[in-house]
Design a binder for this molecule. Structure first.
Ligand code: NIG
Ligand code: FE
Length: 411
């Protein structure tokens, strides 16, 4: 089945099909006044003028919109119960994220509610949040567990992710994040929780077969580098690929560990060292930047995305969508924050939110750029040129989202 997407005012894509670094990271392919031929959901060709002889079974009129690859969000905590607006109110009055966590709020307050929630309730909440993210242009997601912190609830969260994979019209990759925090019942005996993680939770998550990646919160007061190494080494032995929350609030050396373990990505990286940058670059570990989290936690210190890009790192962007440290459904907002606060150019930020994010999820063969043979995962934007995505900030310009050639959202 062939579809013609005609009247595209400006078609914008990463130049590369796999990932973009250095000079390619600064560039985008831009075609004016073109059409795209989609065959069975796959991009077949970009043509200058719609050829009237082309035989198609459907025509989609882009009505002079800007079209670019749908965003890929490579770091979300989409499955949880309850929200934390009261903590937010405390934070804006001066309490820090860590102070609130120590006083029993933070991740553990979401853990309590997530343990109590039924699978159906978790699914409905996650679905509603996921649909809002689609409205903002995301058509490929990574979703983590990590609000269970016991075998039963972590598996429950992963089952919810599986149900989303089966029922939502997007690509989803699942990550096991049992090492997101020390649960309250093991606050005084972290070693015991690590043993449970290694001997019980990781094997159970592996056996369930839903999670492809294993992630950890490598941070002062959570899991230090040595503990992270133990847990992630076991995860690797079981066949998980590795992602990490690293060097977010303190310079612990998580980036170096990510390189040592051959992780697929290390995320946050606000306090990454120069050594950590070089180590990750040499091992092709993706630097997932989460400027929304820094913004929402009201810190002035952003991850050094510009420096990382100059040194040849693969830079990706993500919302970090979660109820505590980044409650936004908007990838365009993240792109704007990356430009204004991390010094990325518009072109770099778009590459980071599409092809490099896809690469970090091992999905660059399918999505993240507009190239022949990839899925027609596209967004239609109501703006005069792609630069308005960032320039005209705080507004959702997405008028439609296409996944594998099908319109999955239209305003
Ligand atoms: O990525 N850093 C740790 N985990 C999350 C926050 C989760 C929460 O506060 O509920 C993050 O920022
Ligand atoms: Fe996170």
């Amino acid at each position: 089945m062939k579809t013609l997407i005609k009247n595209i005012k400006q078609l914008v894509s990463p130049v590369n099909e796999d990932y973009a670094i250095l000079s390619d990271f600064k560039r985008l392919s831009v075609y004016e006044n073109v059409s795209i031929v989609v065959n069975n959901g796959i991009i077949e060709e970009i043509i200058d003028n719609p050829n009237p002889d082309i035989e198609v079974s459907g025509v989609i009129n882009a009505r002079n919109r800007v079209v670019m690859p749908a965003f890929v969000d490579p770091h979300t905590h989409l499955v949880f119960a309850g929200t934390r607006e009261d903590e937010f109110n405390m934070r804006i009055q001066g309490k820090t994220y860590m102070e609130i966590a120590k006083a029993g709020g933070g991740i553990n307050s979401t853990v309590k509610k997530t343990r109590e929630a039924s699978e159906g309730e978790l699914y409905e909440a996650a679905k509603s949040n996921l649909l809002k993210m689609i409205e903002h242009g995301v058509a490929t997601f990574e979703i983590k567990s990590g609000y269970g912190l016991d075998t039963e609830t972590e598996l429950k969260q992963l089952r919810v992710i599986k149900k989303l994979m089966e029922n939502m019209p997007v690509d989803i990759k699942a990550t096991f994040l049992g090492a997101h925090e020390i649960p309250p019942e093991y606050r005084e005996d972290k070693e015991k929780y690590i043993e449970i993680l290694i001997n019980e939770m990781l094997p159970a998550a592996k056996e369930q077969g839903i999670a492809e990646y294993c992630d950890i919160f490598c941070e002062e007061g959570v899991f230090d580098v040595e503990e992270s190494r133990r847990i992630l080494t076991k995860a690797k032995e079981l066949g998980f690929k590795i992602r990490m929350h690293a060097d977010e609030l303190t310079p612990l050396g998580g980036a170096e560990l990510a390189a040592e373990l051959g992780a697929k990505s290390a995320d946050h990286l606000v306090y990454i060292s120069d050594k950590g940058i070089d180590a990750m670059v040499s091992k092709n570990v993706v630097f997932v930047m989460l400027p929304g989290t820094t913004f929402f936690l009201m810190s002035q210190k952003y991850a050094p995305a510009k420096k990382i890009a100059e040194r040849g790192g693969i830079v990706a962007l993500s919302t970090d969508f979660n109820p505590g440290s980044s409650y936004t459904h908007s990838m365009p907002m993240i792109i704007t924050l990356a430009c204004l606060n991390m010094g990325l150019t518009i072109e770099q930020a778009i590459n980071a939110a599409t092809i490099n994010a896809a690469y970090s999820l091992d999905l660059h063969n399918k999505t993240g750029s507009i190239h022949k043979g990839k899925q027609a995962d596209l967004i239609f934007l109501d703006i005069p040129s792609y630069k308005f995505l960032v320039y005209n900030y705080g507004v959702n310009h997405v008028s439609a989202v296409m996944k594998k050639g099908k319109v999955i959202y239209q305003r």
